[in-house]
Design a protein around this ligand. Structure first.
Ligand SMILES: [Zn+2]
Length: 132
């Protein structure tokens, strides 16, 4: 996104202004492959399901590779880029940028998390379903 000095609106503001964009909390933690046509589901801490990735979400400033693991998994669950961005923003990480996040998310493919990597960083991954 090129810098623009003629507006004081941030991408955050614009995301908040998108019409007909109804976020709905998802609380049952089930896989969400079918998106609700009346709105877009946003992930919750509970719906992440995996303890290692919950640790990433709860970190103050997870590194890029950690965020990538979480984003890939949320995509695997069927969440849209904008919903993932909204969730990441709610995580209140340091160094979070809406525009950068949306750009990077567009190129991320859905996949299962690399638990071998996460296990080295988060001891909670030992309770993970994908533990190998
Ligand atoms: Zn894990």
């Amino acid at each position: 996104m090129p810098p623009c000095s003629s507006t004081t609106r941030t991408l955050d503001d614009i995301v908040n202004l998108v019409p007909d964009y109804k976020f709905r909390d998802k609380k049952d933690g089930s896989l969400n492959i079918d998106l609700n046509p009346g709105g877009v589901l946003t992930p919750t801490l509970e719906s992440i399901g995996l303890p290692c990735l919950k640790c990433v979400a709860k970190s103050q400033d997870p590194c890029y590779a950690d965020r990538l693991e979480l984003a890939s998994w949320l995509k695997m669950q069927g969440y849209r880029d904008m919903a993932i961005t909204a969730f990441f923003r709610d995580c209140k990480w340091q160094n979070f940028n809406v525009g950068k996040t949306m750009t990077i998310l567009a190129s991320i493919k859905p996949r299962f998390p690399k638990c071998s990597y996460l296990r080295e960083r988060y001891s909670n991954c030992n309770g993970c379903s994908f533990k190998r």
